[in-house]
Structure formats: C-alpha cells, structure tokens
Design a protein around this ligand. Structure first.
Ligand SMILES: [Zn+2]
Length: 419
C-alpha cells in the first residue's frame, strides 16, 4: 500500500529559533517524522539532517526519541554514499500506534486496524440488515467487532490510539448523527451510546472517537491509498443515496458545519422527479442505486447494497441491454452534476467509490463524455475518472488512516503516552 502523507502546516526549521524549548522539540519531532513518512526510500539520519537543515546531533537525538516511542524503526543498510560504515535507513514502525476504523452502514458493519505505515493489519466486515435494528443495538454489535479488532491489534504488538466511525448520514461536530435516512437514524448520539465501551488507549491530541460521514472518510482513505498526484479530487460514494468527499490540496474539505458533499441533491432536472429531500430532479433520483436497479428490471429484488452493485456489474458484463442503458443514463446524470462541481472547484480527478466502484467500467464513459462537453478546461486538461483504489468499502480504512495521520502530524502526544 502506498502511504501518501502530504507535507503541510509545519513551520520551517529556520523559523523555529524563537519558539519555546518544548515547542522546539515538538516541532523537530514532527519535521523528522514527516520526512521519514514522505520519503521514497528509507532515509538515513545524515540525509534527514541535510534535507531539514537540522544539525546531525539534533536529528540523532530526535530519531532516538522516535525509535524509543515505537514510531520509527531502523531498516536495512541504506545504499553506500561514501566511505565508512553504511548508514541505516529509517522507516515508520510497524509495532507502535495504530488507528481503528469502524463503519455502520445499511447492511453491514466493519472494523479495521491500520498501522502507522498505512498497512491494513486487520479488517472484518459483518453482513447484517441494520434497518430494523435500534441504533443502540447496532452500536453494541459494532462495539463487539471493535473489541475483536483491539485484541487482534494487541496480538500484533499494536496499540489503538484513536477510532473513527463512518456513518451514511449528516454528522455534527460532536458526533451526533443528525440524519442517516437510509438507516432510519435521526439525532443519534453515537459517542454517548458507545461511552461504555473502551475502544482505544487515551493519547494526547488524538480524539478517542471521531464520527464522520462515510463519503468523507472514504475520501480520506483514497487520499491515503490512492495513486500519488491526485491531491485535489472528488470521491463519490454511490449507494441508495449518493454522497461525495471533497479533497482540496491534500486535505478533506468538510464545509462550515461538516456537511459538505451532498452531491446527491444537486438538481440535474430542475422540474424532474420528486426527491425524499423535498426537492425535485435531484441526482439521486437518476443515479441512485434504487433507480438504477429499477431501470435494469431489478426493482423489488431486495438485494443488499453491495450485492446490488455486483449483480448490476454481472448483468452489464454479460451485455444485458436494460442494465447497460440504465448505467449509461445514470452515468450521464452523474456527469452533469460532477461537471458543475469540477467547474467550480478545479479538480483534476473524480473517483468512483462505494457501489459505483464495481460499475466504473460502464459509468465512466458517459461521465467522461459529459465532463468533456461541460467542463470549460477539459479540452486542454482532461479530468481523470477512475474507480476507488480501495474499492467499495474504503470508509473504515480511511477512518483508521485519519487516526494515524494525526500521530504523524503531532508525534509528541503519542510519545507522552508511551513514555
Ligand atoms: Zn434531493
């Protein structure tokens, strides 16, 4: 897996002279750890000193702290660059802190563990129709899955330093799920319902539990695992509802209240079909999973969300005319909405995730056609449209990765815990 850590927000070491001693140590730890996290190959202490402007003595002291705190480990000898003993390269540790990623969706629960280097060390998906289940019961089942993940992490020498939970709905800053329409949740206080379960170790600067919209966490997962270069992109999660995560310059754009990305309610036919939101002609009514299933002749088949996408992909691959037409129409509507977003935000990449990931071979051509017609800059700078690197279930992995990224950004909090 490729870990993409974007370098932002760290003050240059040359400007650090005036800061307090404690802050200076904190800054140096962050600078050195970030350098190791973003390196193409394991750098030596001398290389880090040369590239950061820190003295070799400072780098050595900082690296010793990071190794002692299980954030960094020594790899094999680096390529010899001169006379003397070959220096050892430095890598992110595989036995230190890890993130716990959780997901509640309409028809499954998921839990995963991602280590500091971005490797998924544990991942369990449990199928369950959660629509008839109360939020408290659904979260109790999730807590059991989380306890298994915690035990699996401990067996591998990892410590869970924080958790992120993906839900398919609108979440406010305190973790209150305002509305998850397809789960039937309204004003569900998730942190309160999980308060009796100890999911992670307390670490300064890392929230024990972040609750976040699943499209947003899926976008973070894509940022973490996707091919390098796409630092500004739109990640679309196509399920019964359609959500999007917006990543700008390597950072998730959550909006003023954390509710950005409701692309499913962008109108594509202003006087069109009525939508559950009260509006008319929303994208969801033309490219949502239920609509596509109905157009493909599968209405009422009552397929679980992921099975539905797989079934549509099978039919499309077999050349079924109704399914091909349904996907072409959905792709056209999607392309119209996405073109508006791309014109507004100047994104170079559109990622088809969630239930759209397995359907990308059929959705991509009509989306690309609409982008070519409607995006002003498309003629000289085409927009890349591709399936999600993590496939249909990237939200839990994205959530776990967001936890470890906090530690890379501010290692001193973890070191205080581990020391
Ligand atoms: Zn709507």
């Amino acid at each position: 897996m490729i870990a993409v850590w974007h370098c932002q927000g760290v003050t240059s070491p040359s400007t650090a002279g005036a800061v307090r001693q404690g802050s200076l140590r904190e800054l140096n730890l962050a600078v050195v750890l970030r350098r190791i996290a973003t390196a193409d190959r394991p750098p030596s202490r001398a290389e880090i000193a040369a590239e950061t402007g820190l003295t070799r003595a400072t780098v050595s002291a900082v690296v010793d702290d990071l190794i002692g705190g299980r954030l960094v480990a020594e790899a094999g000898p680096a390529p010899r660059t001169g006379a003397g003993r070959p220096a050892r390269g430095l890598v992110l540790a595989g036995d230190g802190p890890a993130g716990l990623g959780l997901e509640v969706n309409v028809d499954y629960l998921a839990a995963c563990v991602v280590d500091l280097a971005g490797t998924v060390r544990h991942h369990v998906v449990r199928r369950a129709d959660l629509r008839p289940v109360s939020p408290a019961d659904a979260l109790a089942r999730l807590a059991a899955l989380a306890a298994d993940a915690r035990a699996a992490a401990a067996r591998q020498g990892l410590t869970l330093a924080g958790a992120a939970l993906a839900v398919p709905g609108l979440v406010d800053a305190g973790g209150l799920v305002r509305l998850a329409p397809n789960l039937g949740w309204r004003d569900v206080d998730v942190p309160a319902l999980l308060a009796g379960h100890r999911l992670t170790e307390p670490v300064d600067g890392v929230p024990p539990l972040v609750v976040e919209n699943e499209a947003n966490l899926a976008a973070l997962g894509e940022l973490h695992a996707g091919p390098p270069g796409s630092a500004s992109f739109l990640q679309i999660s196509g399920e019964i509802g359609i959500g999007a995560g917006i990543v700008l310059d390597g950072r998730l754009y959550r909006g003023a209240r954390g509710w950005s990305g409701e692309i499913g309610h962008i109108p594509v036919h202003p006087e069109g079909r009525p939508c559950r939101c009260g509006g008319r002609g929303c994208l969801e009514r033309y490219a949502g999973q239920e609509v596509v299933l109905a157009a493909a002749g599968l209405a009422g088949a009552d397929l679980p969300a992921d099975t539905a996408a797989t079934r549509l992909a099978e039919l499309a691959a077999a050349g079924d005319p109704a399914t091909r037409t349904a996907l072409a129409d959905a792709g056209t509507a999607l392309g119209v909405a996405v073109a508006g977003v791309v014109n507004l935000l100047d994104l170079d990449t559109v990622v088809l995730g969630g239930g759209y990931a397995p359907l990308a071979p059929w959705l991509r051509p009509p989306v690309v056609a609409e982008l070519s017609r409607r995006v002003l800059t498309a003629a000289w700078s085409p927009v890349t449209v591709r399936p999600a690197a993590l496939g249909a279930r990237s939200a839990a992995v994205g959530g776990a990765a967001s936890v470890v990224r906090r530690i890379v950004d501010r290692p001193v909090g973890w070191l205080a815990h581990s020391g």
